[in-house]
Ligand binder design. Structure first.
Ligand code: ATP
Length: 207
């Protein structure tokens, strides 16, 4: 029997853009995941600011962006927690629910490789799931050589093995927010329903 793989994709998704859906979608397909679950965070422990849009709006935008795709899903579990949570806690929760035979992949863009050292209990996280680093437009391909002395060669080998070569899409939520605030066109960056939602709710307008 082939193993059942699940890909989890965390982020602030403020808002979710084409880079998120296309790159993570390709990564999940390459991994052979039967499901890709978006896991919006209350806030990133590493970002010095809270998301601009509220939890409900970010969740709704993800639901709109993935509507009609039966193997994409969204989980609000991090948003429901009273305090911002760590990836390791979330991964453990999913693992408890799905059972030890289901390998969990946690997708991360290449821009975050050098942030991993600041992630909560990163070594345990590398051991607990398969951290899968995806290519990101505007950033170099992921390299881990300098982390061998820190995390050990077994962990670095695991990271290297799980790099997924994805199309490079040079796009960020920051760019989307800036363009919206400047009144510029973002229709090629977002799912049309997400853009309609942003317009209807008046999100990301300059105050
Ligand atoms: P911001 O500009 O607000 O920092 P962002 O576009 O980087 O946001 P996040 O929600 O912070 O988006 O990112 C969630 C995850 O998606 C991270 O792992 C990030 O590396 C990855 N990611 C975001 N955009 C891309 C992209 N264009 N290509 C590949 N990965 C991406």
């Amino acid at each position: 029997m082939t193993e059942r793989r699940i890909a989890l994709f965390g982020g602030t998704f403020d808002p979710i853009h084409r880079g998120h859906t296309e790159v993570a979608g390709t990564a999940a397909r390459r991994i052979g995941a039967e499901r890709l679950i978006f896991v919006p965070a209350k806030r990133s422990p590493l970002k010095g600011f809270s998301p601009v849009a509220g939890d409900d709006d970010r969740l709704k935008m993800i639901a709109l962006a993935i509507d009609g795709t039966d193997w994409f899903a969204v989980s609000d579990r991090e948003l429901r927690r009273a305090t911002p949570s760590y990836t390791l806690d979330t991964v453990r929760q999913f693992q408890d629910e799905l059972g030890p035979q289901t390998p969990l992949y946690w997708l991360v863009g290449a821009d975050s490789v050098d942030d991993l050292v600041y992630w909560h209990k990163i070594e345990e996280l590398i051991d607990t799931c398969r951290l899968a680093i995806m290519y990101r437009g505007g950033y170099p391909a992921p390299r881990f050589d300098k982390y061998v002395p820190l995390w050990g060669s077994r962990r670095v080998q695991k990271l290297r093995k799980n790099v997924v070569e994805t199309p490079s899409i040079d796009l960020s939520s920051t760019q989307v927010r800036e363009r919206l605030a400047a009144g510029e066109d973002v229709s090629d960056m977002l799912h049309p329903s997400v853009l309609a939602y942003i317009r209807a709710r008046g999100l990301y307008r300059r105050v």
